[in-house]
Design a protein around this ligand. Structure first.
Ligand code: TXA
Ligand code: MG
Length: 329
């Protein structure tokens, strides 16, 4: 597993990356969730380069990363309910949808009057925010529709020619994208809503709030044009999901991903975690899917995670990855 080097030894790289950002370039940078592709959130032309590098449609809004509450104040209004959450869960893998300020150009928010904001805790992303002293718009650093990157090599292989620089911070810790939450003061039904499951779990937030969270079927800010949602997070190889090993056909010739390590693993059998640990499974999910996708097998079968905690985020990504061809086995 590749690890983050000593931050001091990366000082020159961080300085160079911040310079690129200030001059309107785009930099791939690790966060505690996945690698992001960052640009100055105030600079419309710089943000346009992100969309172009990813092949991302302009109807899909970006997340703005901030270093501290002063920077937040420059980009969004913090309502009282969201403030409680921000103070508890930031810095970390949680994004809040807030009322935007005029400083943020429409290209970032797909013309909406809200902006998704996150205060990350990864030391390299924090260093880049501090050094550039700018809020950074950063979606995941993958071509639109493919699995998010959790290693610098994932970014290099797919977007290496299209970005100005890649900061290598080793493997991302969580391995799935941030939880997206919207407060009752802003949501369309006056309830707390989770718009995307992620590392900060529904249970954790509900426990803290002592309140139930509503999960809408679709995030209204997510692109819904035909063919777009379907291909989200997809590997190129056909992916099907299963719950119990008995569902796997006896003569199955493709690759199988089990949730936990099987007692007697066969060739072409893989697993997300040794002993059923959800954090380990989430950490490995995208990386394993990428590795198996590169084997160009006829098909991948993947077992769903248990449906609670981080398992909800894993199953959400699996469902999207398999959605294109989600037929029963
Ligand atoms: O962990 C993460 O969140 C990573 C790292 C790089 O921070 N970023 C990430 O960004 O996953 P991205 O672009 O792949 O996902 C952003 C999603 C959009 O697709 C949309 O669903 C949601 O955030 N979003 C952005 N702005 C929104 C808004 N104003 N209202 C609702 N949802 C919004
Ligand atoms: Mg993404």
């Amino acid at each position: 597993m590749s690890r983050l080097k000593n931050l001091n030894s990366m000082f020159n790289e961080i300085k160079k990356a911040a310079e690129i950002i200030k001059q309107g370039g785009i930099v791939a940078v690790p966060t505690e969730t996945v690698y992001g592709l960052a640009a100055n959130a105030f600079d419309e032309n710089a943000v346009r380069k992100i969309f172009s590098a990813k092949g991302r449609p302009f109807i899909d809004p970006l997340i703005v990363h901030i270093e501290n509450f002063d920077m937040l104040n420059e980009v969004a209004h913090l309502d009282t309910s969201s403030k409680k959450i921000a103070e508890k869960f930031w810095p970390g893998a949680l994004t809040l949808v807030l009322k935007k300020k005029n400083s943020i150009p429409d290209i970032v928010t797909a013309g909406k009057d809200t902006v998704a904001v996150r205060m990350p805790k990864h030391p390299l992303m924090k260093a880049l925010l501090k050094e550039s002293d700018l809020p950074l718009a950063a979606p995941s650093a993958n071509p639109f529709g493919y699995i998010s990157p959790t290693k610098a090599s994932h970014v290099e292989n797919q977007l290496g020619q299209k970005v100005d620089m890649i900061l290598d911070g080793g493997d991302c810790d969580s391995g799935v994208e941030s939880t997206i939450l919207i407060s009752p003061e802003i949501s369309d039904n006056g309830l707390w809503q989770i718009l995307r499951f992620g590392p900060v779990t529904k249970e954790d937030i509900e426990y803290f709030l002592n309140d139930r969270i509503f999960v809408p079927q679709k995030n209204p800010a997510h692109p819904v044009a035909p063919g777009m949602l379907d291909t989200h997070y997809s590997p190129d190889t056909k992916l099907f999901l299963f719950d119990a090993a008995e569902e796997i056909p006896a003569n199955f010739a493709g690759l199988t991903i089990h949730f936990s390590r099987p007692k007697t693993p066969q060739n072409n059998e893989y697993w997300l975690t040794e002993n059923g640990d959800l954090k380990e499974a989430a950490h490995n999910l995208f990386s394993l899917l990428r590795t198996l996708d590169s084997k160009k097998s006829s098909m991948i079968l993947c077992q769903r995670a248990p449906d609670y905690g981080l398992g909800l985020a894993i199953n959400d990504r699996l469902k999207r990855a398999a959605q294109k061809l989600n037929m029963p086995l």
